[in-house]
Design a protein around this ligand. Structure first.
Ligand SMILES: [Zn+2]
Length: 285
């Protein structure tokens, strides 16, 4: 008997439904994850995290225009994400991309770390928006109410609200052309460092963002957190430090080492990599 295959990635959803961010029922609009200004959408092969971890030869789902999903309403997509928040994420990713490329292509020796000025309230909302958009809405039902996603949705739609107390936003350089969005990732320690029950992940060249909810202080994370000051408005800036040399493994944190385990919902995970041309064999990772 043939072994049951892992489920392929499903990217076709309903044209109308409940917006993954604000929860209103309307025509759904297509969100590109990450935004098109960060990475030009190209043909990609999509896999779920289970396929990626346990079935390397699994047949991927092909999308001709990057990872994009009908998942949010026009207001959240165009008026909020596209107009208010994406420009900050796009500007930061261009700055960091040129640094990483100058190292990769010209062999320039970069300092250990640099400071960058960002508008955290816009940057974090852009990341939150694309993560929430990175799953198909449940047909005929509003988003499931749970503390972590509710906090993300409320934070995104209320522009005067501050970063939720229990939310920490970690970031690091991610020099890979694979893109990953995972909406629900629990991660635990086998050596007594605790358990993170709610987190979500967005990784694309040149940055990774890991949003962690209610992290036990005992749980160490490879990455720097965006400061949690009280920011008075969307345009207030802060300095963030970017480590240029000491960066986590490309598979961090979704491929756990021996001392960690992960829990996730497969249908809430998307891994995209450039589509291989026909007849092309992959020699190395
Ligand atoms: Zn909406």
């Amino acid at each position: 008997m043939k072994k049951k295959k892992n489920k392929k990635v499903k990217i076709k959803g309903d044209k109308k439904g409940y917006c993954n961010i604000c929860g209103h029922y309307s025509k759904l609009t297509r969100d590109h994850i990450p935004p098109q200004g960060c990475i030009k959408p190209k043909p990609v092969e999509l896999k779920t995290l289970t396929q990626h971890l346990s079935d390397p030869n699994a047949k991927p789902t092909v999308s001709q225009s990057g990872l994009n999903l009908l998942s949010i309403c026009g207001n959240c997509n165009n008026n909020l994400l596209g107009t208010e928040y994406d420009p900050e994420l796009i500007e930061l990713s261009h700055k960091v991309a040129s640094l990483v490329r100058s190292q990769q292509e010209q062999g320039l020796y970069l300092p250990e770390k640099i400071d960058l000025t960002v508008k955290p309230q816009r940057l974090i909302r852009a990341v939150v928006g694309h993560i929430l958009a990175g799953k198909l809405p449940i047909p005929g039902k509003p988003p499931i109410s749970e503390p972590f996603p509710d906090a993300l949705r409320n934070y995104f739609v209320n522009e005067s609200s501050n970063i939720p107390d229990k939310l920490e936003v970690y970031y690091w350089i991610y020099p890979s052309n694979k893109q990953i969005v995972i909406n629900s990732l629990g991660i635990g320690s086998c050596i007594g460092q605790g358990f993170i029950s709610g987190s979500c992940l967005l990784k694309f060249f040149p940055l990774a963002f890991w949003l962690v909810w209610d992290k036990p202080t005992s749980f160490p994370i490879n990455g720097i957190g965006i400061p949690k000051d009280k920011f008075k408005d969307l345009d207030q800036t802060c300095e963030i430090v970017l480590e240029l040399r000491n960066i986590p493994s490309l598979k961090y944190p979704e491929v756990p080492g021996d001392d960690r385990y992960i829990m996730y919902k497969d249908e809430l995970s998307f891994l995209a990599q450039p589509k291989k041309p026909k007849g092309f064999k992959l020699c190395k990772n």
